[in-house]
Structure formats: C-alpha cells, structure tokens
Design a protein around this ligand. Structure first.
Ligand SMILES: [Zn+2]
Ligand SMILES: [Zn+2]
Ligand SMILES: [Zn+2]
Length: 468
C-alpha cells in the first residue's frame, strides 16, 4: 500500500530497491523527475519523436526500458494535504504567475511595476455570529463577543473568551440554530458572479470619475487582474485580488492621466458596496447577494505593499484546503455525509449537508450544489486572471516540461512532435519501501529549499483574514 505516511516500512523492501546501484540510480532519477510526488501516476506505452518536415522518426522512447517498465508522472495536485511536493510546484507556479503581473518577467515588461495597482480583499457578509480571534497587531487581544442577552433559542449571545488563532472554536457559530446556513452556502455559490459584476462596476466607476462615457473606457485604459479564492474558518469563501490599470494598447504602457492609483482605489471603494447579484427564487434564499462590510484596499508598489509580499500571499492562499485535514479536497458521495461531524467538525459538516440538501431542489439545479458540496457551494476557480494580466499556468508547465526533457538529454528540436500511445497502469508507489524513499527525499528537498530561502526572506507574516 502507498499511504505516503512517515512510518518506516520493511527494511527488506528498501534493500530490494537499492540492491543494484545502477538500477537504483535509474529509479531515483525517474522518481526525482516527478518532484518526489506522493502519488505518481504510472503509465506504460511508447512514443516516437517525428521530424515534421521529413516525417522521419528521430527518436523512440518506451516505458519498457524504464525501471519497473513504467513511466512515472507527477499527480499535479494543488492541495498540500494531497501531495506536498506537487503542491509546492503549484505554489511556485502561482507565485510566478502573480509576480510577473506585478513586477514583470515571463514576457511581461518590467515597466509594469509603475502601473497603478491595488491589492484588495473581499469578504462575505455575516450569516450569524461566530467565535472570533480578535488580535490587534499581535499584542492587544479582545474578547470574542462582549454583550448580553440570549437569542430566541435561549442561548447566550456573549462569549467573553479570548480565542487564540488555533482554537478550534474560531469560526464556529455562537448559536448554530441562529446561523443562516442556506444563505451562507448560496452566497458561496454566487461569489464568482459577484466578482464578475464587481469588475464591470469598477470599469463603470473609473469612467464616471474620469468624465468619459463607459463605452469609451477601453480607448483610455484597460483593467487587468488576478484573484485567489480562500476559505474563512466559518466556511465562507473570500477573495484576494490584484487589480491593475494598463494603457489601451496593453501591459507595455502606463495608462494616461487621470488613471492613477488614487482613482483606481476610489473606483474599487465605490464599486464593492454597490454591486449585488439577485438571489434565486427558492425558500429561505436571500433576495440578493452582496460583499461583506470588511473591505481592504492597499496600494502596491513604491509607497504601498511590496510586490514580492503580495505575490507570496496569493501563492500561499492558492494551495490552501477547505478544511485543515483535506477531507473536503475531493467530491463527495451520499455515503460520505454520515460521520462528517467527527471528521470536519459540526459547522463545516452542516455547510456540506446544507449544500447537499439544496442540491436536491429543482429550482437550484443550475448551481450543481451536490457536485460542489465539498467546496461548500463555491464552484469557481481557485486562481483566475484576466487575459492581459501575465503568463498562464499552462505556459509555465509547458516550459518546465521542456526543461525536464532537455535535462534528461532528450534531443528536442522545434520541428519535431511526439506521437505516443500511453496506458494508465495505476497510481502511487508500488511498495511501502518506494513510498518511504520518495517521502524521505521529498522532505530532504523541502529542508534544502527552506534553508536556501532563509537568507532572502524578509517577511513571513500572513494577511489578516478575520471572520465576522
Ligand atoms: Zn503529486
Ligand atoms: Zn467565542
Ligand atoms: Zn439562537
């Protein structure tokens, strides 16, 4: 079995793998090429490299010649809870993608750093009081919910505890019966549309402030953005976004006056409270969905947040899971609903069950809430960007693939294509010994990365993402 755990396997299995030094080295090279993935996909088959000009086969590659007769491919999971090493790769790609749009690189001009840019955090409204960790700059702490009286369920409204961030109570409702689960799940399901309307409203606001018709805006300025979705402890999705202004011609030029950072900040501040999405016609559904009152707009650049820090935040958020243990990393079946309380806590379990129940209502069919119960109703992408913002994850992956092939000594020519026939042979390491070797190498590589980073890192604090 390939649990990927740290438990030491039978020594015999490790020795089997390491018995022949040459074969071991070949295996290690292939395993390393997956980045020491925890659950690599095993493929069998063969491929020819063909010269597109002449049709001549210029190279042949078959899994039969590889250790165990299989080609190993990294699983590519985004979540650290599923595969720590693939998640680290995803995080690095996400960082490059975000950073390129902030300071240039990967085909984006470095002059981009001088464009008006803001870093915005958008949150959900309150669906009922939840236990909160109220730290102020790390020194002052406040009690959770001072106050008095009881709710209509006879429970006290106050909580005088001072919660630490790690307290499992943080994000849990003070009264579960008062918490509006239907609204919370449906809000997640409409958050993507709310964001789309917000980007349109920002454009409208920019045009109005500049005194030009909305339809002329694209002749003056272009809006570029990237955003990452993350969950608050209460199970509401929220967004961190970089919004940037470019010249009408694109990222190569600074937008003309009056389109500066102050105008952009003002446009965001106007648009966010103004937008709404109408609620669906279904019992208990809110009439409209809006952003929460907690809006944070920070400028990026010389006298604002350093681009490197912003890129780091977004990349970190992009690999976080819905729940700390990654139970909700995959789609759920009806049978998974039983026993969720013990696995993810009563509050998130109730969010999942509510999504599942709402998914059975015909009028909400378009929201596909059963397929998205594990994401608590949210069915958008974790990392999105407008086309002009920067490079794409696909481009970054293609570049790395090319590099890996070249490193392997494969003769790559532009005028060649690979035609292959591959079959799925399974997932994961085939013995506990292999899994242990991969896990050990992965943690060793992670240690080295950490040591290398130590010297260059200037900040390690995370963004404040308080719950309502
Ligand atoms: Zn992996
Ligand atoms: Zn509390
Ligand atoms: Zn109550």
């Amino acid at each position: 079995m390939t649990t990927g755990g740290q438990e030491r396997p039978e020594l015999e299995e490790v020795l089997d793998r390491a018995a022949d030094p040459e074969a071991f080295e070949a295996w290690q090279r292939r395993a390393k090429a997956t980045g020491w993935c925890r659950h690599p996909v095993r493929l069998t088959g063969a491929a020819n490299r063909v010269d597109t000009a002449t049709g001549e086969v210029i190279g042949h590659f078959a899994s039969a010649g590889l250790p165990d007769g299989v080609l190993l491919k990294a699983c590519g999971h985004r979540r650290a809870t599923r595969c720590p090493t693939c998640s680290a790769t995803y995080q690095a790609d996400a960082y490059q993608l975000v950073a390129a749009g902030l300071r240039g690189g990967k085909g984006v001009p470095e002059s981009i750093a001088a464009h008006p840019m803001v870093f915005v955090t958008l949150t959900a409204p309150s669906f009922g009081a939840v236990h909160a960790c109220r730290h102020n700059d790390g020194t002052l702490t406040f009690p959770c919910h001072p106050g008095a009286g009881t709710c209509r369920h006879g429970r006290g409204r106050a909580c005088h505890a001072v919660h630490e961030p790690a307290d499992p109570l943080v994000g849990q409702p003070i009264c579960g019966d008062c918490f509006d689960y239907i609204a919370a799940v449906l809000w997640n399901a409409h958050a993507g549309e709310l964001w789309r309307r917000t980007t349109i409203a920002i454009g409208r606001s920019l045009a109005r402030q500049a005194g030009i018709p909305r339809s002329h805006l694209r002749h003056h300025v272009r809006l570029a953005f990237t955003k990452v979705a993350e969950y608050q402890r209460r199970g509401s999705v929220h967004f961190h976004a970089v919004i940037r202004l470019d010249a009408p011609s694109g990222p190569a030029a600074v937008p003309p006056a009056p389109f500066d950072t102050a105008l952009l900040s003002a446009a965001v501040a106007w648009a966010v409270p103004a937008v709404s999405v109408p609620g669906p016609d279904s019992p208990g559904a809110p009439r409209a969905f809006r952003w929460g009152a907690q809006l944070d707009i920070q400028t990026i650049g010389a006298d604002g947040k350093p681009p490197k820090m912003v890129g780091g935040y977004l990349a970190k958020y992009a690999t976080k899971s819905t729940d700390p243990d990654g139970i909700l990393d995959r789609r759920l079946k009806a049978a998974d609903l039983a026993g969720l309380d013990q696995r993810i806590g009563p509050h998130l379990a109730m969010m999942v069950r509510t999504a599942w129940d709402l998914g059975g209502r015909p009028e909400l069919e378009h929201l596909r809430l059963r397929a998205w119960a594990h994401t608590l109703g949210f069915r958008g992408h974790w990392l999105t960007k407008s086309r002009a913002y920067s490079t794409t994850l696909t481009a970054l992956r293609a570049a790395r693939h090319q590099w890996n092939l070249q490193r392997d000594g494969d003769d790559l020519r532009d005028a060649a294509v690979t035609i292959g026939d591959w079959r799925y042979a399974g997932r994961g390491w085939t013995s506990d010994g292999d899994a242990w070797l991969a896990e050990t190498a992965a943690s060793h590589a992670a240690d080295q990365r950490r040591t290398a980073r130590q010297g260059t890192r200037t900040t390690t604090t995370g963004g404040a993402t308080g719950d309502a």
